[in-house]
Design a protein around this ligand. Structure first.
Ligand code: GLN
Length: 260
């Protein structure tokens, strides 16, 4: 990492996929980059804008079905995004963003929309909708995310995502639904890692609740640089409080299954 190194962060379609507060992820990334002496440059891309090809990190949030269909169409048509993905830029996606980066996804009403194809993942409608708190442990085989502490967040999605062999799950669900394919309780996996693409179903914003994940993304975006430690004392307290909460059994039984 070079002092003052610029990190170009591209925030994709927050007006189409920004209904779950995931814009906060950008604030966390920029703040934590600055605190390390990096120079974050956040570019926001709206419908009809060209997507820059030279970004270091591309970020997608969650959203409603109609917004994500529109975003998928823009992304599929974008030469800049294709170029960035082929060049190995780091891409981070939440919920609808995860679904959009997959092979294809089904929306309410049954239409199936092609995705961008960066993740070996297929999304179909699931019942019941997955709503509630999630606690998930990052898997040792989670590629570039391996070694992170447990993830906390909340989920709210009607799609369930099944991973193909080229994709790896990010985490194992301890409480909550996560990717949610294969039946009402899901298959026990949460999120996707495939090369330089990381995706999760967690909102919160997830990077505010799990700043170690933000740091991992910044490190990848900075070419694998080791970032100096940055104390964030409230995070351990919040994680402890969330763990006590999910283990207390106070979660609504219809939306959450506790696995241990
Ligand atoms: N519209 C998608 C679904 O319901 C994604 C929702 C979200 O991003 N929270 O599955």
């Amino acid at each position: 990492m070079n002092a003052g190194q610029t990190i170009a962060i591209v925030h994709l379609f927050p007006t189409l996929m920004g209904t779950y507060g995931d814009g906060g992820n950008l604030l966390v990334l920029a703040r934590r980059a600055k605190a390390r002496g990096l120079t974050p440059q956040v570019v926001t891309v709206g419908p009809g804008d060209a997507i820059p090809a030279q970004g270091d990190l591309y970020v997608l949030g969650g959203g409603e079905d109609a917004g994500q269909v529109a975003a998928a169409r823009y992304l599929r048509q974008s030469a800049g995004f294709k170029q960035a993905a082929e060049a190995g830029a780091c891409i981070f996606a939440v919920c609808a963003g995860l679904q959009v980066l997959g092979t294809d996804f089904e929306v309410a009403g049954g239409a199936i929309e092609p995705g961008v194809g960066l993740l070996d993942a297929v999304t179909r409608r699931r019942e019941p909708r997955a709503v509630g708190e999630v606690w998930a442990e990052v898997l040792p085989e989670a590629g570039s995310a391996a070694g992170l502490p447990p993830l906390t967040g909340y989920e709210n999605h009607g799609g369930g995502t099944a991973l193909g062999p080229a994709a790896r799950p990010l985490a194992r669900v301890v409480s909550g639904i996560g990717n949610g394919s294969g039946g009402p309780a899901g298959d026990g996996t949460e999120g996707v890692v495939q090369g330089h693409v990381l995706a999760t179903y967690l909102h919160g914003p997830v990077l505010a609740r799990n700043p170690e994940l933000a740091d991992r993304l910044l490190s990848l975006a900075a070419g694998g640089a080791t970032l100096p430690d940055l104390a964030t004392p409230y995070v351990a307290d919040l994680r402890q409080e969330r763990e006590a909460y999910v283990r207390s059994g106070k979660l609504s039984a219809d939306s959450v299954r506790t696995r241990r």
